[in-house]
Design a protein around this ligand. Structure first.
Ligand SMILES: Nc1ncnc2c1ncn2[C@@H]1O[C@H](COP(=O)(O)OP(=O)(O)O)[C@@H](O)[C@H]1O
Ligand SMILES: [Mg+2]
Length: 418
C-alpha cells in the first residue's frame, strides 16, 4: 500500500515537473519572440527614419503639437495648414484635409506622390494621420518663409514699407530650384510624377529663400510608357495648360506650361490673369499679361515687364538674366505642348548651358480667348471679347486637337481661383 502511494506521488511529481518545464519553455519562447518583435520594430522604425519615410501619428500628438490647431499658416481649396511643434522640438506644418470624398482622393494622391521620393527642392512629408470618418492629416516639415506669392506680389492695401519683396537674385535662384524639383519629378523618379498645380502658392521658401515645391493634392503618376493621362480639370485658373482645358490629356508638358506662367509672375511681380477696373461687372476686364509680355519683348521693350520695385534700390536685375527668364517662360507657355522644352532642358537654359536667344513664333494665345469667353466677357489687352465658339475656332486654327465636345463646355467656375 505504502509502495503504491509512493509511486503515485513520484508520478505526480514527474508530471508536475514536466508541466512546469513546458510552461517555462513556452514562457521563454514568448519572451524571445517579444524581444525579437521589439528588435524588428526598432529596426523597422530605424530603417523608416534613415530612409526618411513618413510615419503614422496619433491624432492626440497632432492636437498637442498644434495647440489644438491654433496657428493657421495658410489654406487652399480643400485644406488648412497649421503650425506645430513635435515633442522632439521639430517644427512642422500640419495640413488638415477636410473635404470628404475629394479630400480622400487628394490625401491619397499626395501620399502616393511624395511618400517615397526625396529631393532638396521638395517639401518633406514627415507623417500622416487618419481619423476614422473624419479629416485626414499630412505632417510636413515647417518651411520658414511661407509661400512665394507673398514674396512676389504686392499685398493689397499693405503699406510700402512692410511689403515683402524678394530681390532679383533670390527670384532667379528660386526659379532654378523649382525647375530642378520638377525635372526630378518628371525625369528621375521611377514613375513620372505630374504635379499639376504648379503656382506661387505651392512653392515655399525656406529660411535661406531656397524654394521647395509642395502640395501634391492634384498630382498624378504617369508610367514611363504613357505619354498623357486623362484627368478632370481641377487646377487653378491662369496656370492651366490649353490641352488640359480642352481635354486632350495632360502630361509633363502641362506642368511646364504652369511653370512658365510662374516664371512670368516672378519677373513681373503681377498675376498673369487678373481682373482690372472695379465697380460694375460690365466695367471689369480680364487682363492677360503673357500677351503684353509677348508684344513688349518683340518690340525690344523687355525691361518694361520687370517688377518696378526691383528697379529702385538694391542691385537692379541684369538684362541678360531677365532675357533668359522671359524667353524660357515664353517657350514654356507655348500653346502646343510639343514645342515646350523639357524640364531638364529648362534647367540647362536657366543655368546657361544652353543658349535661349530665339523666341518661339508668335502664337494665338488661345487661353486669352477662353478667358474672354468667361464672365466678365471682355479682354483688356487687344483680344476681342469673343465667345466660347470663337475660342473653339482659335483652338482648331492653332493646330491643337479639337476635342472640344464635352470637355470644352466646362464651366470655368469649376476651377479654383486662388
Ligand atoms: N510646410 C509648410 N510650411 C509653411 N507654410 C506652409 C507649409 N505647407 C503649406 N503652407 C502654407 O499653407 C498654404 C496651403 O497649403 P497647401 O499644401 O498648398 O494646401 P492646399 O492643398 O489647400 O492648397 C500654402 O500656400 C502655404 O502658404
Ligand atoms: Mg496649395
Amino acid at each position: 500500500m505504502e509502495a503504491k502511494r509512493a509511486k503515485a506521488v513520484a508520478a505526480a511529481v514527474v508530471v508536475s515537473l514536466l508541466f512546469l518545464l513546458v510552461i517555462l519553455w513556452q514562457m521563454s519562447m514568448a519572451r524571445r519572440s517579444a524581444v525579437e518583435r521589439e528588435e524588428l520594430r526598432v529596426d523597422y522604425s530605424f530603417l523608416r527614419k534613415v530612409a526618411g519615410l513618413p510615419i503614422k501619428f496619433r491624432i492626440e500628438v497632432l492636437v498637442a503639437a498644434t495647440d489644438n490647431f491654433q496657428v493657421l499658416l495658410g489654406s487652399g481649396s480643400s485644406a488648412s495648414v497649421f503650425r506645430g511643434i513635435l515633442d522632439d522640438g521639430t517644427s512642422v506644418a500640419v495640413k488638415r484635409i477636410d473635404a470628404a470624398e475629394r479630400g480622400d482622393r487628394e490625401f491619397r494622391a499626395e501620399v502616393s506622390a511624395i511618400a517615397s521620393i526625396q529631393h532638396v527642392n521638395l517639401v518633406r512629408l514627415r507623417g500622416y494621420c487618419i481619423v476614422a470618418g473624419g479629416p485626414r492629416f499630412l505632417v510636413y516639415e515647417f518651411v520658414a518663409n511661407g509661400s512665394l506669392d507673398k514674396w512676389i506680389f504686392p499685398s493689397a492695401g499693405g503699406d510700402r514699407e512692410d511689403q515683402q519683396c524678394l530681390p532679383w537674385a533670390l527670384r532667379y535662384r528660386a526659379a532654378v530650384d523649382v525647375a530642378k524639383a520638377l525635372s526630378y519629378l518628371h525625369h528621375d523618379c521611377r514613375d513620372c510624377v505630374l504635379h499639376l498645380d504648379v503656382k506661387p502658392e505651392n512653392i515655399l521658401l525656406d529660411e535661406s529663400f531656397r524654394a521647395l515645391v509642395t502640395d501634391f493634392g492634384l498630382s498624378k503618376l504617369m508610367g514611363k510608357d504613357e505619354s498623357t493621362v486623362l484627368t478632370t480639370i481641377r487646377g487653378t485658373r491662369g496656370y492651366l495648360a490649353p490641352e488640359w482645358i480642352i481635354g486632350t490629356g495632360v502630361s509633363d508638358k502641362s506642368d511646364i506650361y504652369s511653370y512658365g506662367m510662374v516664371l512670368l509672375e516672378m519677373v513681373s511681380g503681377r498675376r498673369n490673369v487678373q481682373l482690372v477696373g472695379g465697380g460694375a461687372a460690365s466695367q471689369t476686364k480680364w487682363s492677360y499679361f503673357p500677351r503684353i509680355v509677348n508684344e513688349k519683348v518683340r518690340q525690344g521693350r523687355m525691361m518694361e515687364v520687370v517688377d518696378e520695385r526691383l528697379k529702385s534700390g538694391g542691385e537692379p536685375p541684369a538684362e541678360r538674366e531677365v532675357r533668359t527668364l522671359v524667353h524660357v517662360a515664353l517657350w514654356c507657355i507655348h500653346e502646343k505642348a510639343e514645342a515646350r522644352p523639357s524640364m531638364a532642358r529648362v534647367v540647362d537654359m536657366l543655368e546657361r548651358r544652353i543658349a535661349v536667344d530665339e523666341l518661339p513664333l508668335q502664337t494665338e494665345m488661345i487661353i486669352s480667348r477662353i478667358l474672354a469667353s468667361d464672365e466678365p466677357n471682355v479682354l483688356e489687352d487687344g483680344a476681342a471679347g469673343d465667345t466660347r465658339a470663337a475660342a473653339a475656332a482659335a483652338v482648331a486654327v492653332s493646330g491643337l486637337e479639337s476635342h472640344l465636345s464635352t470637355s470644352y463646355s466646362l464651366d470655368m467656375s469649376d476651377l479654383s481661383g486662388r
